[in-house]
Design a binder for this molecule. Structure first.
Ligand SMILES: NC(=O)c1ccc[n+]([C@@H]2O[C@H](COP(=O)([O-])OP(=O)(O)OC[C@H]3O[C@@H](n4cnc5c(N)ncnc54)[C@H](OP(=O)(O)O)[C@@H]3O)[C@@H](O)[C@H]2O)c1
Length: 276
C-alpha cells in the first residue's frame, strides 16, 4: 500500500485498487465527466458508480476521453433493487454495459439485500461472471447473516462486500467475518458525507501531527484496516487531497483511538430494515 494504484487481490486473483472515486449524487454529463477526468489525471484507476446514480454514460465517456487503456481502470457498477431477480438482472446488466460503453465490467454488485430476491439476483451475477462479462462479482449492504445465506449455496463466493464504514460505524464483526471468508470489505460514505467527523478532535489532532487533513486520516485508517475506500468529491483539490494518503502510517495507538470513535451509528439506511 505504497502507491495510489496499489490494490487488494480479490479471492479470484483480480486486483482492485485500494482507493477509488465514488460518484453518488454526481450529475450525469459535465459534472461526472469532469470529476472522473480529474481523478484519472491525479492517478486514480478505480471508479464506483451504480445504475441508480444515473451517471454511467458520463463515467464511460470520461474513461474513453482520458486515453488510458480500459484494462488499466477498475470500474464498479451495481444492479438496482427494482431490477432484482434473475432475468431482470441480466437485462439491467446489459443496460449498464451499454451506458458505460464497455464490453465488460470489473465488478458488478447486488446493491442492496432485497428480501426474497437477492439470491436469484446473485445467481445472475454468477452467470455473468462465468460468461466472462464481469471480472469480479459481489454484494453491497450485506450483513453477516445475508452473507451466510449466500455462501450456503453459491457456486462462486462473493469477492467484495461494499458497506457503510467510517469511524462512527466500524463494523468490526462484519470486517472479521469478511476477512475469514476472503471477501474484500469496501467502505461507502467513508467520510460520513463530509459532516461532523471532519471536525472530530481525535482526528483533528492526528491530522495535525502528520500535516494531513482529518479526511486523509480517515482514508488512511481505511487502508490500514485493509478496507477498499471510495470517497466522493467533485472538487479538484479534494479529489487530489483524498488520494494523497500513501506517504504516512498511523501508529497502532492512533488506529485504536480512531476505532474507539465507533458509535455503531449509520447515516444511511439499515440493511435489515429498508423499504426501497
Ligand atoms: N453501496 C451503497 O449503497 C452506497 C451508498 C452510498 C454511497 N456509495 C458509494 O460510496 C461513495 C462515497 O460515499 P458518499 O458519496 O455517500 O460520501 P463520502 O465520500 O463519505 O462524502 C462525500 C462528501 O464529502 C465531501 N468531501 C470529499 N472529500 C472531502 C475532503 N477531503 N474534505 C472535505 N470534504 C470532502 C464531498 O464534497 P464535494 O463533492 O463537494 O467536494 C461530499 O459532500 C459514493 O459516491 C458511492 O460511490 C455506495
Amino acid at each position: 500500500m505504497k502507491h495510489l494504484q496499489d490494490g487488494a487481490t480479490l479471492h479470484n486473483g483480480v486486483r482492485m485498487p485500494w482507493l477509488g472515486l465514488g460518484v453518488y449524487k454526481v450529475e450525469e454529463g459535465d459534472e461526472v465527466r469532469r470529476a472522473v477526468r480529474t481523478a484519472l489525471e491525479v492517478g486514480y484507476r478505480h471508479v464506483d458508480t451504480a445504475a441508480f446514480y444515473q451517471n454511467e454514460e458520463g463515467v464511460g465517456q470520461a474513461i474513453r476521453e482520458s486515453g488510458i487503456p480500459r484494462d488499466q481502470i477498475f470500474v464498479t457498477t451495481k444492479v438496482w433493487n427494482s431490477d432484482q431477480g434473475y432475468e431482470s438482472t441480466l437485462k439491467a446488466f446489459d443496460t449498464s454495459l451499454k451506458k458505460l460503453g464497455f464490453d465488460y465490467i470489473d465488478l458488478y454488485l447486488v446493491h442492496w439485500p432485497v428480501k426474497g430476491k437477492y439470491k436469484e439476483t446473485y445467481k445472475a451475477l454468477e452467470k455473468l461472471y462465468k460468461d466472462g462479462f464481469v471480472r469480479a462479482i459481489g454484494v453491497s449492504n450485506f450483513q453477516t447473516h445475508h452473507l451466510e445465506d449466500v455462501l450456503a449455496d453459491c457456486e462462486i463466493k462473493p469477492m467484495v462486500n461494499q458497506v457503510e464504514f467510517h469511524p462512527r460505524l466500524t463494523q468490526k464483526p462484519l470486517l472479521e467475518f469478511c476477512k475469514q471468508h476472503h471477501i474484500q470489505l469496501e467502505a461507502w460514505s467513508p467520510l460520513m458525507r463530509g459532516g461532523e467527523l471532519l471536525n472530530e478532535p481525535t482526528l483533528v489532532n492526528i491530522a495535525k501531527k502528520y500535516d494531513k487533513t482529518p479526511a486523509q486520516v480517515i482514508l488512511r485508517w481505511d487502508l490500514q484496516h485493509e478496507v477498499v475506500t471510495i470517497p466522493k468529491s467533485v472538487t479538484p483539490e479534494r479529489i487530489a487531497q483524498n488520494a494523497n494518503i500513501f506517504d504516512f502510517t498511523l501508529t497502532k495507538e492512533e488506529m485504536d483511538a480512531i476505532d474507539a470513535l465507533n458509535e455503531n451509528r449509520r447515516i444511511g439506511p439499515d440493511p435489515d430494515n429498508f423499504d426501497f
